[in-house]
Design a protein around this ligand. Structure first.
Ligand SMILES: [Zn+2]
Length: 313
C-alpha cells in the first residue's frame, strides 16, 4: 500500500454504528461488517454491542486479515484486545471511543490495558502506537509475559479472573494455534472472545500441536458447559455463507460473508473435531469452521513468536 493511499484512508476516520440488540430471534447480531465490497469503506468499523462493549473491524483493504478487535470498559480500567494487522493507524479510533466513553461517564480518563488474543503479527501490529500513551499498559506477547501479567501461576491449566472493575473477565489459556493464545469470557455480556482459536474460518494448528490444541479445546468446552455463553466472537471471518466454503487465502473482498458470531455449541463441535484427530493435525471441514494444519512448530526456547506464515489452502 502506498503512503498516499494511507493518508486518504486515514482521513475517513471511523464509522460508528449501533449493533442490533441481541434478540431471541435469529436476527444477525451485528449490522453488516465492512468486507471490501465498497470502494469507500472506512479503515475501521466500530459497532457498539452495549454501552461498555465495542467490536471493531479493520478493513480488508488495509490488510487481507481484516481482524476484529474488542474494547471493553469496566469501572476501573478498559481492555483493548488486539491492535490489528498493520497498514493503518488504529489509535485515533480507539482514543476517540475512550474519550467518548469517559465523557459519557463524567470522568477525565480511564487506565487502558492493551492485551492480545495471541502473539501473531496480525493481532499486535498496532502495539507501538500505544507505547507512549499515558496510563496505558501493553502486555507482552510471550506465554510467560501473558501468564505473569494476568497472574496465571499454572499456565495453561489455570483459568484466572481479570477484573476491569465490576466486570470480572475470565482469562482462559488456549495454546494450540499459537503458544500464548488466550480466550476471554465476559460475564456481563456472556460473550466469549475466542481470537484465532475458534472463528468462522480456517483454524490454523501446527501439525505437531494437535495434542496441545486438544487439551485447550477440552478446557474451553468445559468452561462453556459451566458458564452461560451468548455468542462466541473470534478475530477473523474466512467462511462464506455457504456451509463449509471458505474464501481463498488473502481474498481482497469477502462477499457473502459468514456472520462473525458462532453459537456456544461451536466450542463442542470443535472439541469433537479435534478429539477425532491423532497426534498430527489433519484438515477437517465443518459448516462453520475448518481445522487447518500448518507446518510443524519448532521449539522456541526464547518464547518469542515470529509472524505466522500461513500455508496455502
Ligand atoms: Zn489472526
Amino acid at each position: 500500500m502506498t503512503s498516499g493511499r494511507l493518508v486518504l484512508l486515514s482521513s475517513l476516520a471511523l464509522a460508528l454504528s449501533a449493533a442490533a440488540p441481541a434478540a431471541a430471534s435469529a436476527a444477525p447480531l451485528f449490522k453488516p461488517w465492512i468486507n471490501g465490497e465498497s470502494p469507500t469503506e472506512p479503515i475501521m468499523q466500530v459497532q457498539q454491542y452495549d454501552p461498555d462493549t465495542f467490536v471493531i473491524r479493520q478493513s480488508v483493504k488495509t490488510n487481507f486479515e481484516a481482524p476484529f478487535l474488542y474494547l471493553l470498559f469496566g469501572k476501573d480500567k478498559a481492555l483493548l484486545l488486539d491492535t490489528g494487522a498493520g497498514g493503518l493507524q488504529i489509535r485515533p479510533t480507539i482514543d476517540k471511543l475512550i474519550a467518548d466513553w469517559c465523557a459519557a461517564h463524567g470522568r477525565a480518563s480511564i487506565p487502558l490495558v492493551v492485551a492480545h488474543s495471541h502473539g501473531h503479527g496480525d493481532h499486535h501490529a498496532g502495539d507501538a502506537e500505544f507505547a507512549n500513551r499515558p496510563d496505558t499498559q501493553v502486555v507482552g506477547l510471550a506465554p510467560a509475559e501473558v501468564a505473569t501479567f494476568f497472574g496465571i501461576a499454572d499456565w495453561p491449566r489455570q483459568i484466572v479472573t481479570f477484573d476491569l472493575g465490576g466486570r470480572p473477565l475470565s482469562i482462559i489459556p488456549t495454546p494450540g494455534h499459537q503458544p500464548a493464545h488466550i480466550v476471554v469470557y465476559d460475564p456481563k455480556t456472556e460473550l466469549l472472545l475466542s481470537g484465532d482459536t475458534l472463528y468462522p474460518g480456517r483454524l490454523y494448528v501446527p501439525a505437531n500441536w494437535s495434542g496441545v490444541f486438544r487439551e485447550s479445546m477440552d478446557r474451553l468446552a468445559d468452561f462453556v458447559r459451566a458458564h452461560p455463553v451468548s455468542h462466541i466472537l473470534g478475530a477473523h471471518i474466512e467462511m462464506t455463507t455457504t456451509p463449509g466454503k471458505d474464501y481463498v487465502q488473502a481474498a481482497p473482498v469477502h462477499a457473502d460473508e459468514h456472520a462473525l458470531e458462532l453459537p456456544p455449541e461451536a466450542a463442542f463441535k470443535l472439541q469433537q473435531t479435534v478429539d477425532a484427530m491423532g497426534d498430527v493435525t489433519v484438515k477437517a471441514v465443518t459448516d462453520d469452521f475448518i481445522v487447518f494444519p500448518v507446518p510443524a512448530r519448532q521449539p522456541d526456547p526464547a518464547g518469542k513468536e515470529l509472524p505466522l506464515v500461513k500455508a496455502a489452502p
